[in-house]
Design a protein around this ligand. Structure first.
Ligand SMILES: *Cc1c(COP(=O)(O)O)cnc(C)c1O
Length: 365
């Protein structure tokens, strides 16, 4: 499949754009979307950009019954020189195929989907918001669409990409959040689907999140599903702790989702010669570090918030206050550097950023 063959069917009337100071997360969608279909006979085919619209899908479509679906989350950033940029989209596409493999969904051509996303963004270029901190959120996803209510991998799929302008995550500056350690519910277990980005993991997480939300916590800190002893991740972010000068993040173990932000944080810390290790870390160890005064920082890392400092962790009714509930130095430096690279304000020593127009120029001619 060649990206220049993607058909574009433009919408007749463009929607009114929202005011950029009032943008919320994931409520407004652009004028167009990308779709392609899969069947066992034709493989992935009929790649097209069409006006954003509801889908007509048979009620017996397999996705409604057994949840065979995967998704990705990434952003397009408008740089100061007017270019729209993507941050490490190849990592998202590798992860999409990793998730596909776990859910028995056919592999996609990673490069083709990146080109398709670039083409879609260039069609909806005027939706990339300009205000400081705003982005165009990109949501690629795949659903199983065969009409059959037997349990088996579907023979038909749709890959769809939708775009949503989103507001600055931190409207009043970065503020550390309070999180609750979850001792009862688990999100996933090793051998389950935790390392795939699939809706089912989120369905499993809602109950704990709802209860914690009522108690005033922003997020739930998930422990391993077997012993409920080791720290895994927080909400939809990977987690990092700075303990006595060393940054620690839970090692990938089959149930943790490998974040693109997590990977970028580890690379940046190494680049700065700040010690960083990926290993198992238990709540008991964290409590001890806190009691000994060695727990210096805690923060989440994910595409939505980039870096989210954690000011308080509550475990069995004990509150650990971290860094006087202020944003730590390492968290701040990571946030400034990552957003600096994403918006093209800072040098990009790792070649993480790709310009939308580069892909599109290649596509056009
Ligand atoms: C998407 C996601 C993350 C963060 O991944 P990024 O690629 O950094 O956005 C972390 N944990 C879970 C469960 C996720 O779904």
């Amino acid at each position: 499949m060649e990206a220049q063959n993607i058909q574009v069917n433009h919408c007749a009337v463009k929607k009114e754009k929202p005011n950029t100071d009032q943008l919320e997360f994931g409520t407004v969608f652009t004028d167009h979307m990308f779709i392609m279909d899969y069947s066992e006979e034709s493989k992935w085919h009929d790649a097209r950009i069409v006006p954003y619209q509801p889908l007509t899908i048979d009620p017996s479509s397999m996705v409604f019954h057994y949840g065979q679906s995967v998704f990705e989350g990434m952003k397009a950033y408008l740089s100061s020189d007017g270019d729209t940029q993507l941050f490490r989209p190849e990592k998202n596409m590798q992860r999409l195929n990793h998730s596909n493999d776990r859910l028995c969904i056919p592999q996609v051509d990673e490069n083709f989907v990146i080109q398709a996303i670039k083409k879609l963004i260039s069609v909806d270029q005027d939706w990339v918001p300009e205000a400081e901190g705003t982005t165009l959120y990109i949501r690629p996803f795949i659903i199983s669409t065969e009409s059959y209510i037997g349990v088996a991998p579907s023979a038909h799929y749709k890959l769809i990409v939708i775009l949503s302008p989103v507001g600055a995550y931190y409207k009043e500056g970065i503020n550390p959040v309070k999180i609750a350690v979850e001792n009862e519910f688990v999100r996933t277990v090793k051998g389950g689907t935790g390392e795939a980005k699939t809706g089912g993991n989120y369905a499993a997480s809602l109950k704990a999140q709802e209860i914690a939300g009522h108690k005033g916590f922003a997020q739930v800190l998930w422990l391993d599903g077997v012993e409920k002893k080791y720290i895994e991740e927080v909400g939809s972010m990977n987690i990092f702790f700075k303990i006595n000068g060393e940054v620690v993040t839970p090692a990938l173990n089959g149930s943790i989702l490998e974040g693109v932000t997590r990977n970028s944080v580890i690379q940046l810390l190494k680049h700065w010669n700040i010690p960083v290790v990926e290993r198992k870390i238990s709540m008991e160890e964290l409590q001890q570090a806190h009691e000994d005064g060695l727990l210096e920082e805690a923060f989440g890392a994910g595409t939505a918030a980039v870096i989210s400092p954690i000011g308080q962790i509550t475990w069995n009714n004990n509150d650990f206050l971290i860094n006087g509930e202020k944003t730590g130095e390492v968290a701040k430096k990571l946030y400034d550097t990552l957003t600096g690279i994403q918006y093209g304000r800072e040098e990009d020593p790792f070649g993480w950023v790709t310009k939308v127009k580069d892909g599109v120029t290649k596509i056009a001619q």
